[in-house]
Design a protein. Structure first.
Lengths: 302, 285
């Protein structure tokens, strides 16, 4: 991709200064509130951290925390592999689902705004209010149960399943089908943000492109693969990264729960930092490899 | 801006019906929790604890809301103060985040400068780290800056949240370089290019960013950093109300409904404002 080249040095310098000024606020914020705390927690992972009056006491113990996480702790490695393997099918499913829904929502039809609002609801419900207020809230617990029941197996699908089972049609096959239906619900609930990202991407595609394609005799199918898909391909990358991260570090992920439990009630900052960092490195490796592969295929409009 | 009519490939009636059916199917999935939350807000206490729980309310009542207002009225600090705090944090945090992230993203997306790529990779890397783990080091930072127990501790870190930068950069890469070059030739300064050309073109992106950011900040409890009662946020105050015990479950469901209003409104308003943008039109090759 060709960047605007600056011809004369003075102008180039001027531009560089403006560029740095533009990005400076973000860099400062990033260093202070992300980079520095990250380094601090990395340091903690190699230490035995004890709380004292007025601060923390760090005592260097090398790799002991990491050793504990992978060899001594009975749960950590198991939870880790479970998380990663469910991610492997969850993320593609979320992507396909959200892209598909975004395409549908981008069509012109009556009540589009309303339908879009409905599809955004899970984002509000899952990431904000519920997580934020769930402590000691029996109501929301009850709600989750009901949602699970009505969306998952007991009411709708279970009755269907019961009917089909008695019908004697290969019950094993339907067992799979209903497992899939169950996960469809989870996927649908988790894909609100991705739908919005795709949707706003779809809206930046100018309609004249489709017009031109149509005049040239493209079918809808062709213009989807030749226009829509390449134009949002950079957002596919965004969404892959977002979905992986969202799935792996959401508060109800088992590994995150484990890390948090170790940190808060047990006050074992060193051990929990070590777990967090090993988890982090693994997540980073996964995201890195995937985005390296995908970014090769991404098309940028010029 | 003139709204362009999207030209659609001729579609069959059957396809239309299919789309509607699918939307209805998934729409029901999505709406279920909200319907439940609304119903619960109107349930009397005995119905909330009914087992097995009923989905729809049997004897709707406004008691929960009345109780909520009574409790609000009795709070130590006037309740409007909590509301103000949260509105302030949400508004300033979102505005600042939008500005800081989009300015950074503009440079990263459209200019090569030393270290730019590396920095962006670092930001994306930081995305992967959960706020949990940073809790304690972040607290130390705030103490050193003397920001503990001020709005600053909540608002300023929100400015530099990596997700916004990532999102904006990805959208801005879609802007043709030729447009920016043309503006430069016509003598536009960096700020003009950014504010008059780039930003209007990525309007869907920053509306999306606003949705995210409002959503996050509106639900901030900030209980780690803020101790003074008069600086505490609305979700925190409401959580205290809910924690009042089993008998508060009804009020709790009213609170849930109350808290959802703003994010939903933001979403609806910004969605209806996302018009067709002129990206990649305006250019003739």
């Amino acid at each position: 991709m060709s960047k605007p080249k600056k011809k004369r040095k003075t102008l180039a310098q001027k531009n560089a200064i403006a560029g740095y000024l533009f990005i400076l606020p973000f860099i400062i914020g990033f260093l202070a509130f992300l980079a520095y705390p990250l380094i601090e927690s990395l340091q903690m992972s190699f230490c035995k951290v004890t709380v004292e009056v007025g601060g923390f006491n760090k005592e260097f113990i090398g790799l002991a925390n990491f050793k504990k996480a992978f060899t001594v702790d009975p749960e950590f490695t198991r939870l880790l592999t479970e998380s990663l393997s469910s991610m492997a099918y969850r993320v593609p499913a979320t992507l396909i689902f959200s892209f598909f829904v975004a395409l549908l929502l981008n069509q012109d039809f009556k009540g589009r705004g309303f339908v879009r609002a409905i599809f955004f609801l899970p984002v509000i419900l899952s990431s904000g209010v519920i997580v934020g207020l769930e402590y000691n809230n029996t109501l929301l617990q009850g709600m989750e149960d009901v949602v699970q029941e009505s969306g998952g197996n007991s009411s709708i699908t279970a009755t269907l399943q019961a009917i089909l089972d008695t019908g004697g049609v290969g019950s094993k096959f339907f067992g799979y089908v209903f497992d899939i239906l169950d996960s469809v619900y989870d996927v649908a609930i988790a894909s609100g943000i991705q739908i919005i990202i795709f949707l706003s991407g779809l809206q930046t595609i100018s309609s004249s492109m489709y017009e031109a394609a149509k005049i040239e005799g493209c079918t809808a199918w062709e213009s989807f693969w030749k226009i829509t898909f390449p134009m949002v391909s950079s957002l596919i990358l965004v969404n892959i990264v977002y979905s992986i991260i969202d799935f792996l570090i959401r508060t109800d992920n088992e590994v995150m729960e484990k890390i948090n439990d170790t940190m808060m009630p047990m006050m074992d900052y060193g051990f929990s930092s070590a777990m967090a960092w090993s988890y982090f490195v693994i997540v980073m490796a996964v995201v890195g490899v995937i985005s390296l592969i995908v970014s090769k295929k991404v098309y940028y409009y010029e | 801006m003139k709204k362009l009519k999207r030209r659609k490939p001729n579609r069959s009636r059957g396809g239309d019906i299919g789309i509607y059916l699918l939307l209805i199917f998934f729409g029901i999935f999505m709406a279920l929790p909200l319907v439940y939350a609304i119903n619960s807000a109107f349930k009397p206490l005995d119905e909330i604890y009914l087992y097995p729980p009923k989905f729809f309310v049997q004897n709707p009542t406004m008691d929960n809301f009345q109780d909520l207002f009574v409790i609000m009225g009795k709070s130590w600090v006037p309740f409007s103060r909590y509301i103000f705090n949260t509105v302030f944090i949400t508004f300033v945090g979102t505005a600042g985040h939008l500005l800081v992230a989009s300015m950074g993203a503009y440079v990263l997306a459209k200019y090569d400068f030393p270290g730019g790529k590396t920095f962006f990779n670092l930001v994306v890397t930081a995305l992967m780290f959960s706020g949990y783990v940073l809790g304690i080091p972040n607290y130390l930072v705030m103490t050193n800056l003397g920001w503990v127990d001020t709005y600053l501790a909540v608002v300023i870190p929100a400015f530099a949240s990596p997700m916004g930068l990532f999102l904006m950069k990805q959208f801005m890469e879609g802007i043709p370089d030729a447009l920016i070059e043309a503006a430069k030739i016509d003598g536009a300064k960096q700020w003009t290019i950014y504010s008059k050309i780039v930003m209007p073109m990525v309007k869907p992106a920053w509306l999306t960013l606003i949705i995210f950011s409002v959503q996050n900040l509106w639900n901030t409890k900030a209980s780690n950093y803020i101790y003074s009662e008069e600086l505490k946020t609305l979700p925190y105050a409401l959580q205290q109300i809910i924690n009042g015990g089993v008998s508060r479950a009804g009020v709790g469901s009213a609170v849930t409904l109350f808290m959802m209003i703003v994010p939903i409104l933001t979403f609806v308003l910004s969605q209806s404002n996302i018009l067709e943008t002129m990206a990649s039109s305006g250019i003739k090759d």
